[in-house]
Design a binder for this molecule. Structure first.
Ligand code: NAP
Length: 272
């Protein structure tokens, strides 16, 4: 019987996940299909029931359900529990298990470039679900210090407290309090800034040729932050690389075999 997979969220019609996973199924000749399924905020319980009734094999979870989905899981893996959000769910005869592949997906392009995280100084923009997974990723790789900057400073303070509890030096700042000097090895944008072509939220003086600028916004690929960072000679990591990294890990959790990375990458880039 054909196995069905899905991505749930709202909005969902521009999701690139169906392209990526269906290309992998074609490449490996798997009898599987992957669909985008819109579940509006407040309708998650009914949505999960309908996924169970069609015997969904697994699904990805995106905005706005990554945290609320925890309520409907029978089991959670370590990263999912620690981060407090899930983006990948498997269904074993009606038993739902949650994972979080955003963290390893985030680290994947850093590792592919052999960039060292250990002892580094990080400037992280954002304090939402993705930022939380990224904080855990930097802690796992033993970064020295994280400065969390967010529009709503209160949320940055909460995330900094979470980071401190996990044993890292962390402080919260507002955008106005960012020092205009290149003292951070990593600058990561985990806010929605850039989605609508907004100007870079970082003073140019923060970025030089030794900075790694990682913008997890993937549409557009060249956000203004990326364009400014390129001008200053920084190393750039694109949001699509994290998207690909998390998709590859979700695939491997569901299918228990190596994902066809290059096929998935081609399908993803073809979606732009
Ligand atoms: P989220 O939980 O809703 O958090 C949104 C974050 O963006 C919050 O920090 C929020 O600040 C900030 N923000 C929203 N609009 C803003 C604005 N106009 N100005 C300044 N800050 C603003 O969402 P999320 O899941 O963390 O996702 C954040 C971004 O990452 C989205 O663009 C998403 O598409 C992208 N993402 C990419 C990948 C990937 O694989 N590349 C994976 C996950 C997410 P407040 O606290 O002030 O509201």
């Amino acid at each position: 019987m054909t196995k069905t997979f899905a991505v749930i969220g709202d909005p969902i019609n521009h999701s690139l996940s169906p392209n990526i996973h269906n290309a992998a199924f074609r490449e490996l000749g798997l009898d599987c299909t992957y669909i985008a399924y819109r579940i509006p905020k407040g309708e998650l319980a009914a949505g999960v029931e309908s996924l169970k009734s069609i015997k969904i094999s697994g699904f990805n979870v995106t905005i706005p359900h990554k945290v609320e989905m925890l309520k409907y899981l029978d089991e959670t893996d370590g990263n999912c529990k620690l981060i407090g959000a899930t983006n990948t769910v498997s269904n074993d005869n009606g038993k739902l298990k949650g994972y979080n592949t955003d963290m390893d997906g985030f680290l994947d392009p850093i590792k592919k470039r052999n960039i060292t995280v250990k002892d580094s100084n990080v400037l992280l923009l954002g304090a939402g679900g993705a930022a939380r997974a990224i904080v855990v990723a930097f802690i796992k790789e033993k970064a020295a210090k994280i400065t969390i900057v967010n529009r709503t400073k209160e949320n940055a303070i909460k995330l900094a407290q979470f980071a401190q509890k996990l044993g890292i030096d962390a402080i919260a700042k507002s955008f106005q309090e960012i020092d205009a000097s290149p003292k951070h090895k990593f600058i990561v944008n985990a806010t929605s800034i850039g989605l609508k072509n907004e100007p870079s939220p970082i003073p140019k003086a923060c970025i030089n040729k030794d900075t790694v600028v990682y913008d997890i916004v993937y549409m557009p690929m060249n956000t203004d932050l990326v364009v400014q960072a390129k001008k200053n000679g920084a190393t750039i990591i694109y949001g699509y690389e994290m998207l690909l990294g998390q998709a590859v890990r979700s695939f491997e959790i569901w299918h228990g075999i190596d994902a066809p990375y290059n096929t998935m990458k081609k399908a993803l880039l073809g979606g732009f």
